[in-house]
Write a protein that binds this ligand. Structure first.
Ligand SMILES: NC(=O)c1ccc[n+]([C@@H]2O[C@H](COP(=O)([O-])OP(=O)(O)OC[C@H]3O[C@@H](n4cnc5c(N)ncnc54)[C@H](OP(=O)(O)O)[C@@H]3O)[C@@H](O)[C@H]2O)c1
Length: 229
């Protein structure tokens, strides 16, 4: 039987690498969500086990998925990988940019979980939320990332409470706090900084964690970084 895996934020960076990796195994049915789907559609044309769905975390989740949900069946994993970063001093960032970070990094993923909830229950899904080391308590911090880091801390805390609340349903939820990965997001936020970790290497780790560790971890916020602290 197919295992259905939903990946949000699939168009580039770590999410794209996740789709590329997992699509090699026909045992998985992938649902790839992103705003920009043209390139994804071209890249995965002809692969019937990869479904590409336009999806914006700033818009109503249920409305956008209403044609997809009836045929989806049990979901075994959801990777909330999409992210949005705003950089600027607290005195310079407008409230609309704080709201945008909260929407894409916290409220949007929560509404996606709510929209998929019955199917996540059916599949006793492992939900993996992708956060950042900047949201991990006690980690080294960088200035100008208050909006991004705080919104990513919100999804981390959500993970702990949701996992406790949902124990009886069999849904598991964990949060991975990533260190630097060489993607467009990092290159835009920190021009000239070269991260050693490739999107493919991180996707490998996230895929492995998602598929194998749902029984071992639940409600955990896990740093994925070799930096100290
Ligand atoms: N790269 C790093 O160093 C690093 C470090 C720590 C944590 N992370 C986290 O890792 C995850 C992946 O990051 P990345 O570096 O691969 O970033 P990226 O290259 O900027 O890709 C971000 C992904 O999120 C999607 N996305 C953005 N806004 C969206 C929206 N409103 N609705 C739906 N999808 C949206 C984008 O797709 P569309 O634009 O097509 O919608 C894209 O596929 C993010 O959550 C990020 O915060 C990254």
């Amino acid at each position: 039987m197919h295992k259905t895996i939903v990946i949000c934020g699939a168009s580039r960076g770590i999410g794209k690498a996740l789709v590329t990796l997992l699509s090699k195994d026909q045992a998985f049915r992938l649902v790839a969500l992103s705003r920009n789907v043209e390139a994804l559609r071209r890249d995965y044309e002809g692969l019937t086990h990869v479904e590409i769905v336009p999806f914006d975390l700033e818009k109503d989740a249920e409305e956008q998925l209403k044609n997809v949900l009836p045929n989806l069946g049990p979901i075994h994993a959801l990777i909330n990988n999409a992210g949005h970063l705003e950089k600027g001093k607290v005195t310079e960032l407008g409230m609309e940019l704080y709201q945008r970070c909260m929407q894409v990094n916290f409220l949007g993923p929560v509404s996606l979980v709510k929209a998929l909830y019955p199917l996540l229950c059916e599949g006793k899904a492992h939900v993996v939320n992708v956060s950042t080391m900047g949201a991990y308590q006690g980690s080294v911090k960088f200035p100008e990332l208050t909006a991004y880091a705080a919104s990513k801390a919100a999804i981390a805390n959500f993970t702990e409470v949701f996992a406790e609340e949902q124990k009886a349903t069999g849904i598991r939820m964990n949060c991975l706090c990533l260190g630097a990965v060489n993607t467009e997001m990092l290159r835009t936020a920190f021009p000239g900084y070269e991260a050693e970790i490739t999107p493919e290497a991180m996707a490998n780790f996230i895929a492995d964690f998602t598929l194998k560790s749902g029984k071992l971890f639940n409600g955990k916020i896990i740093p994925v970084s070799s930096s100290t602290p």
